[in-house]
Design a protein around this ligand. Structure first.
Ligand code: SD4
Length: 293
């Protein structure tokens, strides 16, 4: 019999997001509501430095946020390069539910959020300002470092007690990125993909590499072919590797959840972990297999 409900999320802070999502799922709530509410915890946490408030800024000293969400009907919404709004995932959900569009970016996304009643919020903390000042001094040349300052995107997938799937992904992207840079996280099929017949996947790591491989769509397609979540993630990492000659210098990790409630993950380098809560798993951390140490 299928395992339900289930929530899986990237990184250690995935546990706090899972715990919130689980409250909703275990009370019979929808996969979509649980996915949104789960990642909102991370967005609001100033101690998580690559999601929402308190993040590393871009190289111009501005925090710009990317997020997306998908529901069981295959609908999706997304925002990119959004400034001054605490909950990008909720703006993404409103794009999905209240507009005929999938994606809004930059000032347009912010104008939309404000028109929907969201408040302008200063997302910069002392941490954000200090890190930016340090970075400016030490890095006249732009060179992002993976797995050091850049490894906290939250991607979260849910399966509710009705058997419906959803997912959400939200990030401030690569630390000290070019202003206006958009990563994989708000790109449907790259940083997140959900197909209610098969399963869902979400990604973390160097977004450019994930985009080149259409990473999360690929994970779901491998599951459609009959592969387990872990094997699907491994095959997608192999594809990322084959499309990115610099793969030894970057991290990419995928996690996946299928319609039966099975979960898994795989990454290029050790150091990535994820959290799973289900009737059988008490919000446990897993370190997936990886390609290189
Ligand atoms: C990005 N994928 O913007 C994001 C960053 C990330 O874990 O996932 N870090 O490229």
């Amino acid at each position: 019999p299928p395992i339900r409900p289930v929530v899986i999320a990237t990184w250690q802070h995935g546990q706090a997001a899972n715990a919130r999502a689980w409250e909703i799922l275990s009370a019979g709530g929808s996969a979509l509501d649980a996915a949104e509410a789960g990642v909102m915890v991370t967005e609001a946490d100033p101690e998580v430095h690559t999601v929402g408030r308190g993040s590393f800024p871009d190289r111009d000293g501005t925090i710009t946020l990317d997020a997306c969400i998908m529901n069981a009907e295959g609908n999706c919404g997304s925002v990119a390069a959004l400034q001054d709004i605490l909950h990008p995932v909720s703006v993404a959900r409103m794009v999905m539910e209240k507009t005929p569009h999938v994606m809004l970016v930059g000032q347009g996304a912010k104008d939309f959020a404000l028109a929907q009643g969201m408040e302008e919020t200063d997302l910069m903390t002392d941490f954000s300002r200090d890190e930016w000042a340090k970075w400016k001094q030490g890095n006249p040349d732009y060179r992002p470092r993976i797995n050091i300052e850049n490894h906290d995107t939250i991607g979260l997938l849910t399966l509710d007690s009705n058997g419906d799937l959803a997912g959400a992904c939200t990030t401030s992207g690569a630390a000290f990125k070019y202003h206006g840079r958009v990563g994989d996280s708000p790109i449907i099929g790259a940083g997140l993909y959900v197909d209610n017949e098969i399963g869902g996947a979400t990604a973390t790591g160097w977004g450019e590499a994930v985009i080149r491989a259409c990473g999360c769509f690929l994970v779901v397609e491998f599951m459609r072919q009959g592969h387990s979540p872990t094997e699907a993630c491994r095959l997608a990492v192999e594809r990322v590797i084959s499309k990115n000659p610099d793969w030894k210098d970057i991290q990419v990790g995928f996690i996946a959840l299928n319609k039966r409630g099975e979960t898994g993950g795989y990454c290029i380098q050790s150091g990535f972990d994820y959290a799973v809560q289900s009737p059988a798993l008490a919000n446990e951390m897993f370190a997936p297999d990886f390609k290189i140490e």
